[in-house]
Design a protein around this ligand. Structure first.
Ligand SMILES: NC(=O)c1ccc[n+]([C@@H]2O[C@H](COP(=O)([O-])OP(=O)(O)OC[C@H]3O[C@@H](n4cnc5c(N)ncnc54)[C@H](OP(=O)(O)O)[C@@H]3O)[C@@H](O)[C@H]2O)c1
Length: 232
């Protein structure tokens, strides 16, 4: 069992983030979690007594700024960016707000927070873990904006790592998992073959504690990506 330590996590209200929160809570971590609404914050603090929960709409740059200010001078051994929003449908049919929100939540809010974390007078993170997707490199005609946001996130990882090789950074590119994200995005494809959120949550938690670099936790999807690359 890992030694109790501190964790700042986004997206902990549902899906993979919630699984990681549950595991961290069981392991005795000192958890601070960012969730979308005050009601979600109340529910999580009732379910997991002792954790700190701050409402923060990551779709709003001003809210992210205010949260960074609130967390100033805190120290977290681990910061896990798990929040994300899905998007399906033809690119031209997207509402302009969806385009903006997808990029804001999945990419810009994370860049904004990492930028804040790296300031000399900031909360000073230990290790930073980003949750990206295999769609970062797979063509995704029905999820163009989502794929672009994740490609941006993985490229953010690579570029930051080049600039600061000693920075403790992990970027996880994962394949399809059966979480509420798909229904929220209106994705009606069959989820047969999608991974279990419990198992993927365990893998993310273990990777967060032990791994560095750019990793995939979905080898079978990584093979699909390789085949796509080899296609003329
Ligand atoms: N599931 C997959 O197949 C899959 C595959 C590859 C990568 N991923 C990535 O894995 C991560 C976790 O996703 P998941 O599958 O666990 O989906 P999920 O169950 O929908 O969880 C995503 C979390 O992010 C939160 N979130 C979304 N927009 C937010 C906002 N504006 N402000 C604050 N919080 C917000 C959601 O809050 P609400 O509950 O209020 O919506 C939710 O708690 C995401 O980064 C996703 O892109 C997922």
């Amino acid at each position: 069992m890992p030694q109790p330590t501190s964790l700042l996590i986004t997206g902990a209200y549902s899906g993979l983030g919630r699984e990681v929160l549950r595991l961290a809570f069981q392991a005795g971590f000192d958890v601070t979690s960012l969730v979308r609404t005050p009601a979600q914050a109340s529910e999580l603090t009732e379910t997991y007594p002792g954790i700190r929960c701050l409402p923060c709409d990551l779709g709003c740059a001003e809210a992210v700024s205010a949260t960074l200010h609130e967390l100033k001078s805190s120290y977290f051994a681990h910061v896990l960016f798990c929040a994300g929003t899905g998007q399906v449908g033809a690119f031209e049919a997207l509402a302009p707000e969806t385009l903006h929100t997808t990029l804001q939540v999945n990419l810009l809010s994370i860049m904004q927070m990492v930028h804040g974390l790296l300031q000399p007078d900031a909360m000073c993170p230990g290790k930073i873990t980003l949750v990206s997707s295999l769609m970062a490199t797979l063509p995704a005609g029905q999820a163009v904006t989502y794929a672009v946001s994740k490609a941006g996130l993985s490229h953010f990882y690579r570029s930051l790592k080049q600039a600061q090789p000693a920075l403790p950074l992990l970027c996880l590119e994962i394949g399809a998992v059966n979480t509420p994200m798909h229904a929220k995005a209106g994705n009606t494809v069959s989820r047969r073959g999608f991974k279990s959120p419990q198992k993927m949550g365990q893998k993310i938690f273990a990777a967060m504690l032990r791994q560095h670099g750019l990793r995939t936790l979905s080898p079978e999807w990584a093979l699909l990506r390789l085949l796509q690359r080899l296609r003329p």
